[in-house]
Design a protein around this ligand. Structure first.
Ligand code: ARG
Length: 463
């Protein structure tokens, strides 16, 4: 129902209240109530500063700060009555504060506006989410390091085009994701550093004539400094976009890994067994064990990247400074953050629990002529052939094996010498998958020794 009386916060010049449709499109309280704790922290810092600067009395400041704690406990306890007529979290809190403490509540909004207030609340909220993403990524990296350490020398096929390419180690494959998630983590750290400046005290857009101390409120809220330009402070949401950008790239990495788990856990691959804790059954096919968590993680990129695009579109073309369009920033970020944290936690659980099928990995590692490059390298190294010629000879040997329906190590020496007479039986030493991976000692290569170095280095870095 529409409240036909004018708004108590800004209705001085209004003869009537808003239409019900106006109220419906205008209100953000249904979602921005998630900013309650940040809003109250900002108000407490602002009130203390106003008193320290002699703008309000210490008595009023103490009353306001006590009252705000009462309001916060009502919100946290679930007894708070949110009102759509009061639009947003800022006015809901202030109106309740007035009911609780009376007249001093009206002094809280001195030297500030909802524009700097919402920018401050939202920065604080996004900053917390950046911290949560960093912690979530660290947990995932630790789970991957556990797998890499256990399987530093388990062999598996490495793929290009999803066709068997060369044998690699399980540990090397796990460490590839550690690298990706480490870069994701650094993107959140980097974004956090840039966002950690306080908009509070920018007021509506131009600053204020009151002698406020923006450095004090910035410090009280854990910001590194106040933002230097009041127009910029109330009008940009690039901090949220950076969070969504970092989240999108991270979700893309999660989605690739999730896809591998879906493939690897299939009956055709059997590379891994996912735990019961992270699988589901089918209501009709009793034999089924489905990798639903991996599939859902694979899909999360859709909504997270969608949020990124949506907010980019909201911000595009907005003239300075604040416009109400910017109220559309929050739901996108809330949804993206919730789903990213869930995806990170689910992936960490799956990776921690999953059991590699080492014999299946090893059997697959040797299939598909995966050591053909090792054979070509041997022809170069031992017989001194140019690599292009060695490539050609090896191709002929692969074709021969394919025709016989066997793998390269199963060709006889006579078969091989039929193609290249200088081949000796020493060649069989490089055709085994374990020798193949052990020989890949170049920096960043798949040799178990190299993998163990990386596991140690990352374990130390994570502390
Ligand atoms: N609910 C608003 C938002 O989320 C708060 C700022 C409103 N400012 C204004 N001038 N109407 O953006």
């Amino acid at each position: 129902m529409t409240d036909k009386t004018a708004n108590q916060m800004w209705g001085g010049r209004f003869a009537s209240g808003p239409d019900a449709i106006m109220e419906a499109i205008n209100a953000s309280i249904s979602f921005d109530q998630r900013l309650a704790a940040q809003d109250i922290a900002g108000s407490r810092a602002h009130a203390a500063m106003l008193a320290a600067q002699g703008i309000i009395t210490n008595k009023d400041s103490d009353t306001i700060r006590e009252g705000l704690l009462t309001v916060l406990s009502e919100i946290e306890g679930g007894s708070f009555q949110f009102s759509t007529a009061l639009e947003d979290i800022h006015m809901n809190v202030e109106a309740r504060l007035k009911e609780v403490i009376g007249e001093p509540a009206g002094r809280l909004h001195t030297g500030r506006s909802r524009n700097d207030q919402v920018a401050t609340d939202f920065r604080l909220w996004v900053r917390d989410q950046a911290d949560a993403a960093i912690a979530g990524l660290e947990a995932l990296m630790r789970a991957l390091l556990g797998q890499a350490e256990a399987g530093a020398d388990w062999v598996m096929p490495g793929f290009t085009h999803l066709q068997t390419a060369q044998p690699v180690t399980w540990g090397h494959h796990m460490m590839a994701y550690v690298e990706m998630f480490a870069r994701d983590k650094s993107r959140f750290e980097d974004a956090r550093r840039r966002m950690n400046e306080s908009p509070l005290g920018a007021a509506a857009l131009a600053g204020t004539s009151f002698p406020i101390d923006r450095h004090a409120t910035a410090a009280a809220l854990g910001f590194d400094r106040p933002m230097a330009n009041s127009l910029d402070a109330v009008s940009d949401r690039d901090f949220a976009l950076e969070f969504l950008g970092a989240s999108s790239i991270c979700a893309m990495h999660l989605s690739r890994m999730a896809e591998e788990l879906v493939i690897w856990s299939s009956a055709q691959f059997r590379f891994v067994v996912l735990s019961d804790r992270f699988s589901t059954g089918s209501s009709i096919m009793p034999q089924k064990k489905n990798p639903d968590a991996a599939e859902l993680i694979r899909a999360k990129i859709g909504r997270i990247f969608g949020a990124n695009v949506a907010l980019m579109m909201v911000m595009k073309g907005l003239p300075l400074a604040y416009s109400k369009d910017m109220q559309e920033d929050k739901e996108q970020v809330f949804d993206a953050a919730d789903n990213l944290m869930l995806a990170l936690a689910a992936m960490t659980g799956m990776v921690g629990d999953m059991q590699a099928n080492v014999p299946a990995l090893e059997a697959a590692a040797g299939a598909g002529f995966s050591t053909a490059t090792d054979l070509a390298d041997w022809l170069v190294r031992v017989l001194g052939m140019p690599f292009r010629d060695a490539h050609h000879v090896t191709g002929a040997l692969v074709a021969l094996a394919e025709g016989k329906g066997c793998d390269l190590p199963e060709l006889s020496l006579a078969d091989m010498q039929g193609v290249e007479p200088r081949i000796t039986d020493e060649v069989f030493g490089v055709l085994g998958v374990h020798n193949s991976v052990a020989s890949r000692m170049s920096y960043g290569g798949t040799a178990p020794e190299r993998v163990r170095e990386q596991v140690t280095a990352w374990t130390e870095k994570l502390g």
